[in-house]
Design a binder for this molecule. Structure first.
Ligand SMILES: Cc1cc2nc3c(=O)[nH]c(=O)nc-3n(C[C@H](O)[C@H](O)[C@H](O)COP(=O)(O)O)c2cc1C
Length: 370
């Protein structure tokens, strides 16, 4: 099964959108790790539905119940099991999709793969709702990394072609971060925020949906994390980020843009900074070389497709009748899932990077440099 990830920290996600609960098992959290539950709830709140006019009105509390692995707020070394109960199911909204699959959702492939046994209701195990348990794991990993001085934050960089100016990661402050988080769309660019909101509103009124791009920065990652070939930072982060449904692309640093540059434009010159350490003047490589962190911010961008469930009529087929059909989707769907996917990208990055960071702490320990 594909719902498990990790080497040092192993994460397994379980549940369906309309099962009685969804959950996550996290194995490998160092014993003695303190979990700030209020901070974790706050993090999950950023992903939860029903928060603004762009989000589905399916209101779920999304408060996790931690059933094992934590005693008095401290991890005890046993695997952590957390669940979120699904309290607001409306399976009738989804009854037709096993026979008439939604275009560009997982209904068709799930029906075929699981020989007609898949729980299609609400998207089943493929639902965006399954990003809630992912955020529990990621929220905890984020807290562990933060204790080592490594901060992860993502923001909306583009919605349906409206581009935001990126922040200067060398100068960003806690106040900047809270300003971004408190915007209707968590973007660093106040002016673009309004235009993005207009794009989403326009799509909503037309019964349509739009996608966008999320940019994520990891600040404070020391040099030397990651390994070559299959355990490059790019491999681990991509693998975790593609666990997020609706993600269609990822680029690190200049990414696809670097293909159009001269080497002299794309290379990041080294220099010794005032702190006596090696830095680069630019960060076109996104904070990694050879798959290993350089010590500069790790920066990557994630493309999220438009929500597949739209109110407009669409062409589909009846699998039982083997005939073309017209499908009209009822129910609650975000006209744009990008704002809600922002913390999910942070969570995926935290899961992947903590796993690699723990490899590095072992290397340093063996070298006597911990
Ligand atoms: C936070 C989040 C919420 C989502 N909500 C919806 C939704 O309400 N309706 C929908 O059709 N798709 C939604 N999706 C996207 C689908 O889950 C996804 O497109 C589907 O599982 C197929 O996977 P794929 O797009 O990766 O191929 C959501 C995704 C995320 C990350």
């Amino acid at each position: 099964m594909g719902s498990t990830f990790g080497k040092n920290i192993k994460i397994s996600v379980a549940g369906q959108s309309h099962s009685s609960a969804m959950g996550v098992i996290i194995d490998g959290i160092p014993a003695g790790t303190k979990i700030d539950l209020d901070a974790l709830y706050g993090f999950l709140e950023r992903r939860a539905p029903g928060k603004n006019r762009f989000s589905t009105q399916r209101k779920e509390s999304d408060i996790p119940k931690i059933l094992s692995g934590v005693v008095d707020g401290v991890c005890c070394g046993a695997p952590l099991l957390a669940i979120i109960e699904n309290t607001n199911q409306r399976p009738s909204d989804y009854s037709q999709f096993a026979d008439i699959p939604r275009p560009s959702h997982a209904d068709y492939c799930a029906t075929k793969k699981y020989f007609g046994n898949a729980d299609i209701s609400g998207g089943g195990h493929f639902s965006g709702r399954l990003t809630a348990p992912l955020c529990i794991a990621g929220g905890i990993c984020k807290q562990i990394l933060a204790a080592y001085g490594i901060e992860i934050f993502a923001h909306v960089s583009e919605i349906h072609g409206v581009k935001a100016v990126s922040p200067d990661y060398g100068k960003i402050t806690a106040q900047d971060l809270s300003r971004i988080l408190n915007r209707e769309i968590p973007t660093a660019d106040e002016e673009a925020c309004k235009k993005m909101a207009d794009e989403i509103d326009k799509a909503r009124l037309e019964g349509d949906s739009v996608g966008g791009i999320i940019e994520c920065a990891v600040l404070g990652m020391p040099v030397g994390v990651g390994d070559p070939i299959f355990e490059r930072i790019e491999c681990a982060v991509s693998s975790a980020v593609f666990a997020i449904p609706a993600v269609r692309g990822i680029e690190f640093g200049n990414g696809f843009g670097s293909a159009a540059l001269y080497g002299s434009e794309n290379n990041d010159p080294f220099y010794i900074g005032e702190d006596g350490r090696v830095h680069t003047e630019t960060n076109n490589q996104g904070g990694m070389l050879g798959g290993i962190s350089t010590g500069e911010p790790i920066v990557f961008r994630v493309a999220v497709k438009p929500t597949p469930s739209i109110a407009k009529q669409q062409k589909s087929v009846s699998l039982s009748e083997n005939e073309n059909k017209v499908l009209k989707i009822e129910g609650r769907h975000d006209p744009c899932i990008v704002p809600r996917a922002v913390p999910v990208v942070e969570a995926a990055a935290a899961i992947a990077l903590l796993d690699l960071y723990l490899d590095r702490t072992k290397e340093l320990y063996m070298k006597g440099e911990n």
